[in-house]
Structure formats: C-alpha cells, structure tokens
Design a protein around this ligand. Sequence first.
Ligand SMILES: Nc1ncnc2c1ncn2[C@@H]1O[C@H](COP(=O)(O)OS(=O)(=O)O)[C@@H](OP(=O)(O)O)[C@H]1O
Length: 318
Amino acid sequence: FTGCCETELAAAARGGYVVRVPVREFLSPGLNASAPAAAAAAAAGDGAAVVGTGLERDYTATRRLPQALIIGVKKGGTRALLEFLRLHPDIRALGSEPHFFDRHYARGLDWYRSMMPKALEGQVVMEKTPRYFVTTETPARVHAMSRQVKLIVVVRDPVTRAISDYTQIISKTPDIPTFESLAFKNHSTGEMDAQWSPLWIGLYALHLQRWLDWFPLEQIHLVSGERLISDPAGEMAKVQDFLGLQRIVTDKHFYFNKTKGFPCLKKPEGSSKPHCLGKTKGRTHTPIDPDVLLRLRDFYRPHNEKFYQLTGQDFGWQ
Ligand SMILES: Nc1ncnc2c1ncn2[C@@H]1O[C@H](COP(=O)(O)OS(=O)(=O)O)[C@@H](OP(=O)(O)O)[C@H]1O
C-alpha cells in the first residue's frame, strides 16, 4: 500500500461522492478484510460514505455497537492502551468514556450506538470505561448486548494502582485524610478497609469472577499494565491477535521519552508529531509509609494468588 490512495479516498469521502476501489488492493489476509484506505474513508467523519459496487466492497461507514470493550481497571493504563489501539486502521474507538452500562443504561442501546464513531465493515468498534470491571450489574448487561463481545482488562499491581487512585483523588479533593488513615479499618489490629474504593477495586479475582459468570475466560484478554509500559509493542501484539487484527501497531510506533519516563507515540492518530499522554497519566505518587506498603502487600497476596489461578497467568506482583 503506497499511501497515495489513502489521501484520495479520504478526500473523496469528504466530498461525499462515489469512488471505485479495486478490492484486491485493500484486502488484508487477517480476519478483517478492511484496510488503511478504508479506515481513512471512515475517519473522514459524519456523512462520509464511499460506496463500491459490483466486485468492489461497500465502503459505507455506519455506527455500530462495539465489538470490543476495555472494561478496566481504573488507573491500570486503559488510556494508553486505547490510544495505542487507535493507531490501528481497523480500530474505530470512542475517545471519551461513555459509562453506558454503569450509569446511562436507561438511555438504551440506540443512544449507545449513536455515541460510537462511524466504522466500515471489518473495522472493530470499541470504547473504554474502566468502571465496568467493578460494577456488579455490568457483566449481565454487556452479555445482553452481545455474547460475542471481546473484553479487555488492563491490570496493574493493586498496591501501586491503589496509590495511583488515591493520588488522583487527592489531586481533585486536597482536603481528604491521608492514604494511611483511610486504608485501615482498625489501626491497632492492622485490619485493612477492603470496602474503601482504592483498595476494593484491586480485588481483581472478586471482580473477574462476576465476569466469568457470563463470559468464558477466552473472551477476556488481560493486559499487564506493567508490561504495557516496559514493552508496549509486545503487549500490543497480543491485543491485536486477540482482536483478530493484523499486527500493524509495532515497536516502530513507540519511543521511550526519558523526561516523561513512559513510552510515547511517534505519530498518534491524525497527527504527525510525537505525542505523550497528558500530565494526569504518569503522575508522581503520594509517598506512603513503608510499613503500610508491607501491610498492603500482605492484604493483596491471597487475592492476587486467586487471580493468578483464575486466569492461569502470574503477573509477578510481589
Ligand atoms: N505510555 C504511558 N504514558 C503514561 N501513562 C501510562 C502509559 N502507559 C501506562 N500508563 C499508566 O496509565 C496510568 C493511568 O491509567 P488509566 O489511563 O487507566 O487511568 S484512568 O482510570 O483512565 O484514570 C498511569 O498511572 P500513574 O502513573 O499512576 O499516573 C500510568 O502509570
């Protein structure tokens, strides 16, 4: 693919007229038969329709319900994963978090569909709302929409995740008590408050079990939040395989930005400039008393073991 036709197609799509495209040029060998040119046409936005006839494919972009969801976890690296996936021409992802299954379910599936970006046949439509993973009513609702939907969870060491969560909370409400005082139910006995949201979200086995009541494990792909930082291309290869996509997002798309301390994109969607995620991603964490950290590790150990058992994967959290 030379790139010449991508521009032509997109331009034609913006003009809203019909372009004939030889289908062979755009068929990819993977599960999905769409191609970068097709994605460019879809990316042209509202009203864009490029229609092929006869031997050609139908390039009409429509709004469809998502076939894949990033369901969690909060502070796991979900934004990074979504931005990385958006580099793929066969992905059409909603940029914001729609919170359909947890907050706006009463608005109905037509509303949800109307939120989605237009996509061509063969493109995978997706969205991310990290709260889905921990809301009890969500698995059944997602299942009612589609029993085939592919689910992705980015998991991260629950201790670091909890501190990241708290760091975000305190940045918005600076007057809240310290992490240490909120994490314990009883300071003298050392009993942790498992109900406190930053701790409760990290009980991954508990939450996953609710999803497994509705979906088989093969339909749930777990991304290591740690590896998404240390080896983004490796983690992305597995996600693309899971979604049945060609491995188009590779190490060529990333560079490690030393100032930020994270992998950044050489060329994000719709831009030619390198780009890192914003200031709220990769924040300096609130320092936590080392004794409390040890306590937290003890608290999570059995839950992590259960999670490794359920998933058949050891994420190596100490
Ligand atoms: N490439 C890259 N750049 C910046 N940050 C990255 C990246 N990859 C993963 N992360 C980690 O993502 C953490 C934020 O997670 P989420 O995007 O899931 O947060 S949120 O739930 O949507 O608020 C964020 O957490 P904090 O480090 O605690 O800020 C990062 O550690």
